[in-house]
Design a protein around this ligand. Structure first.
Ligand SMILES: O=P(O)(O)OC[C@H]1O[C@H](O[C@H]2O[C@H](CO)[C@@H](O)[C@H](O)[C@H]2O)[C@H](O)[C@@H](O)[C@@H]1O
Length: 229
């Protein structure tokens, strides 16, 4: 490992759930510990560090609350980088935004056109899975999580999956993937955590692989996309 890193700048990519926070029953309670936050803060002082999560980007920031880290939410479909740090600005899907403190950012939103359909799907899912006790839907902005960790009856998990799969037949532009007791629904676009990793490397000027060693740490199915990038 050390020999691979020799003479190279390490850029670190981290997943959130199950990597920086423990897996818990209630997704809203997946807090990062103070020790883990301190470790990430410290590591980010030494190496450029980004968190790429399936959750809404803002939610991840609310948990982590570190300013020296880059954030990508919705499985990489919502990436924010400071204006000026960017090497590939004025690309398709980029929007300039001004943050609370007047700082400017470039947000990359490749699934923006799906926002209203995603809201429609959430409504349809909510109506149809209300009877499955323990199931919940998490609005991840550019994607949706249907959780079944708290569904106690095993047969209900099967019924839930059938209902979701049947509803999603009406939305051929969307795909369902699996995760840790969750069904992840997202637009069928050529974008995933791996492409988000490459976008961040390029945008932040770390795309010369002779000099850069990206490291990705994750625990779930969607994290594997980063391995193929
Ligand atoms: O990419 P990640 O940051 O790993 O996000 C993937 C999904 O993680 C969350 O769900 C998982 O963690 C929950 C809290 O521990 C757990 O209750 C759930 O069963 C797990 O699937 C998050 O809630 C999802 O929105 C993310 O897509």
């Amino acid at each position: 490992m050390l020999s691979i890193a020799k003479g190279k700048e390490i850029v670190l990519f981290l997943d959130y759930d199950g990597t920086l926070s423990p897996i818990v029953e209630d997704p809203d309670q997946a807090h990062i510990s103070d020790a883990m936050r301190a470790a990430v803060r410290e590591v980010a002082f030494h190496f450029p560090t980004a968190i790429i999560s399936g959750r809404q980007r803002n939610k991840v920031y609310e948990f982590v609350k570190l300013r020296n880290v880059y954030y990508a939410g919705s499985h990489g479909m919502d990436i924010s980088t400071p204006l000026g740090s960017s090497n590939n600005q004025n690309q398709k899907h980029q929007t300039k935004v001004i943050g609370e403190n007047g700082n400017q950012f470039v947000n990359f939103l490749p699934a923006k056109e799906y926002l209203s359909t995603i809201q429609e799907i959430i409504e349809v899912l909510r109506e149809n899975i209300a009877t499955i006790k323990g199931s919940t839907i998490e609005d991840n902005l550019y994607c949706i999580s249907v959780h079944y960790r708290r569904v106690k009856r095993e047969e209900d998990v099967g019924i839930l999956k059938e209902i979701v799969e049947s509803i999603m037949k009406a939305y051929p532009d969307f795909q369902i993937s699996g995760g840790r007791k969750v069904m992840e629904i997202r637009p069928k676009i050529k974008w995933d955590k791996g492409r988000a990793l490459l976008y961040l490397l390029e945008t932040l000027g770390f795309d010369n692989f002779n000099h850069v060693l990206p490291i990705y740490i994750g625990d779930d199915k969607t994290d594997e996309d980063a391995g193929y990038s």
